[in-house]
Design a protein around this ligand. Structure first.
Ligand code: PLP
Length: 439
């Protein structure tokens, strides 16, 4: 299929599952890759804007954006220029040195987060690494608490994470990640991380209340780590009262609140960060982790520590990575954020998100039971658990979405998505057959 066909509102005929060139590449893929991702659905060649083409020339409207990564879509001229210019200057310097782009990006992140005077950034390379940094910071903070180990006779401070939360696959981040199937094979993991029922203030209150002396008392809580919209769990927004209640419990008990904005941040949910949305609590975190959309497709992540005291927990030698603050990633990040600003894409995320949810609710597909989300992070809850078959059907009809849970499809298009793109996607989604087989 040639370029441009999917841009309008028409629904095309099914694309054959994998063309000849794709099939050849997939054979080679299996020969050389460890099998952690299963068989890729297609072999992709290039993209432009919200569109992606596979090696057989088929065109797709991309409503997944590399899982909430490609904020500016594919090959945005400002992004391409910034990365190319930086590559021509210096792709990497070690952390014995700094680069202007890295300093500018850190300042920009502090600015868009509205973080107070004294706030600082640590850069890593992914969402998991961002949360590793946040958890290490929380560990250091825990050691400063009066009644926690390493003081004589005291118990180690605890970190509370939420059921259904997702924070990454490295050992620390995995220890705070709920899904038993991906966590249990690697146990024992990092100790003193406990799961608390998401959405229940009572449960959170009880978890804090377990702090105490005696055989049943536990160490104090150093931090709570949570997402404001649980993305991997099926795009589940937290209730504002719950978020405010958790903030208060953290305040009352001198614990840090770590908000994982890896999936929700950098404009995706209709504000720079989800914590800035009134309807998600409007709370101030102590630490925010970010990644995915921050550099528009370049691997980058990190944390913002709010205020001087929290920032000062990291001292020379506490943490690091060879690629931390890499200039190519920083140039990509700066171009991404500046373009989001200059093209008004935070507002676009809010408006297009509303358009998408309204259109899906009105499209009349009996398979759709509920549509939920914030900005451009959304899910369609299906009437029966056929999300993989539904995502495959959409792909065969030129639309990329993903089965985030057996009963839910995730839609997370680039922030540059237009009203016409939304119409085109809904035209395809509205035709997904309701009688697909369950996963
Ligand atoms: C909320 C959240 N945190 C952390 C991660 C891990 O990010 P990465 O895959 O870049 O390590 C993800 C990835 O999906 C995520 O959604």
């Amino acid at each position: 299929m040639d370029g441009g066909a999917a841009a309008g509102g028409d629904v095309r005929e099914a694309i054959e599952v994998t063309g000849e060139r794709g099939a050849e590449w997939l054979g080679s893929y299996r020969d050389v890759h460890m099998n952690v991702f299963g068989t890729p659905l297609r072999v992709m060649d290039h993209g432009e804007g919200v569109h992606l083409w596979d090696v057989d020339g088929n065109e797709y409207l991309d409503f997944l954006a590399g899982i909430a990564v490609n904020s500016l879509g594919y090959a945005h001229p400002a992004w391409v220029k910034a990365v190319a210019d930086q590559a021509a200057k210096a792709a990497h310097v070690s952390n014995y040195f700094a680069t202007p782009v890295q300093i500018e990006l850190a300042a920009k992140l502090v600015e868009i987060a509205g973080a107070p005077e004294g706030s600082h950034v640590y850069f890593g390379n992914s969402g998991a690494e961002a949360n590793e940094a946040a958890l290490k910071l929380a560990k250091l903070y825990g050691r400063t608490l009066d009644n926690a180990a390493p003081h004589f006779g005291e118990k180690p401070a605890r970190i509370l994470a939420l059921t259904h939360g997702f924070h990454g696959r490295t050992m620390g981040a995995l220890s705070a990640t709920w899904k038993p199937a991906i966590r249990r094979p690697f146990q024992p993991l990092v100790p003193d991380i406990e799961f608390v029922e998401a959405g229940s203030l009572c449960a959170m209150h009880d978890a804090f209340a377990r702090t105490g002396q005696g055989p049943y008392g536990k160490g104090p809580v150093a931090a709570v780590i949570m997402e404001l919209v649980q993305g991997e769990a099926g795009v589940l927004p937290m209730d504002a009262d719950y978020v405010k209640g958790v903030r208060k419990l953290c305040d009352d008990n001198h614990a840090l609140l770590i908000i994982d904005e890896v999936q929700t941040g950098i404009g995706r949910t209709g504000s720079w960060f989800a914590f800035q949305r009134e309807d998600l609590g409007g709370v101030t975190p102590d630490v925010v982790s970010f990644a995915k959309g921050v550099a528009g497709g370049f691997p980058m992540g990190g944390i913002i520590a709010f205020g001087q005291e929290t920032s000062d927990l990291f001292t020379p030698g506490s943490h690091g990575s060879t690629f931390a603050g890499n200039p190519l990633g920083a140039a990509a990040g700066l171009a991404t954020i500046r373009t989001i600003e200059s093209e008004g894409l935070v507002d676009n995320a809010e408006e297009r998100g509303e358009q998408l949810r309204a259109a899906l609710r009105e499209c009349g597909n009996p398979l759709f039971r509920e549509v939920r989300g914030r900005g451009l992070l959304n899910a369609i809850v299906l009437a029966h658990p056929c999300a993989h078959a539904a995502a495959d059907w959409a792909l065969e009809h030129g639309l990329i979405v993903n089965a985030v849970a057996p009963g839910a499809l995730r839609l997370a298009p680039p922030l540059i998505v237009t009203a016409d793109d939304i119409d085109a996607a809904v035209a395809i989604l509205s035709r997904i057959p309701a009688d697909l087989p369950d996963d």
